[in-house]
Design a protein around this ligand. Sequence first.
Ligand code: HEM
Length: 281
Amino acid sequence: MKAKSEIQPDPISLKITDQIFGMLNRIPYIAFYANTRGWAFILCWSHRITGLILVLFVWFHLSTLSALSIPGVYDAKMAFFSSPLVVFCEWLLAIPVIFHAVNGGRLMLFEIYGYRDDTAMIRWLGVVSAAYVCLMAVFMLLGNQSASPVFFWLTVFVMAVMGGYAFVARIWRLGHSQFWKFQRASGAFLLVMIPAHFLFMHLNPAVGKDSAVIIARMQNFFVKMVDLAMVLAVVYHGGYGLFSVGRDYIVSRRLQVLMAVLVAVVMILSAWIGLKPILTI
Ligand code: HEM
């Protein structure tokens, strides 16, 4: 067996990550912090910023879906969202989605298993994210793929629950609050569900934009349960995330409680907006 220092890193992953980090290093602001504070610092801030972007997007996404109760209104909105510029923005959104998911997975591996090989983990974060974003581009350009919703979601759901269970079994032994444990558990579940959801929605334009196709899919009991679990996990995870970001800046205990109440109200409202079409269709 080779000694650790003799093990050669995968040349393809090295090439891809060298390209990605080379490009990022040409951006002056990023280069400054990469050289002075290191990539771990940049990743920490990027995780926070992408988390906030995702909270805003989830809010917007759930409010758009609430229009499904009047299919004509939904289809009119989607006609606007089909313009090339909006479709390009949808593809761009795959970047924060996959970055936050994989980097979240990296943080959880570290928190739960104490695994710490930052260089290798950061390299794989770049490779997996680049591969996912390219895959999304291929599906969006082809625009003619299809998959049985029950087959797709049964496979993905079983993977998410199994992967999540491995994390949850470890998390429960840690001395953190139940709220924290639920946030990490929801993160583990979403790590598989969100990238899969995003891919599924872009197999072809009708999957996410045609109200008749969406309504037919949502009428399946299993798909309904998957959607329900995803909305609850996303809203809880995002809500706790907002609270933990706020707690870093608000010192007063009284203001922290006020902020927690405010976040809870906004999240309950979001959950209601998201659950209503699922339960009524
Ligand atoms: C896709 C799968 C996801 C995974 C694996 C994941 C994982 C994580 C983890 C581990 C953290 C804690 C970071 C820390 O405390 O240092 C976190 C924070 C956060 N997440 Fe996620 N997350 C996911 C999806 C989402 C989604 C969909 C949203 C939006 C609703 C979101 C919003 C947030 C926010 C706002 C934070 C707080 C950021 C911070 O503390 O710096 N996440 N996420």
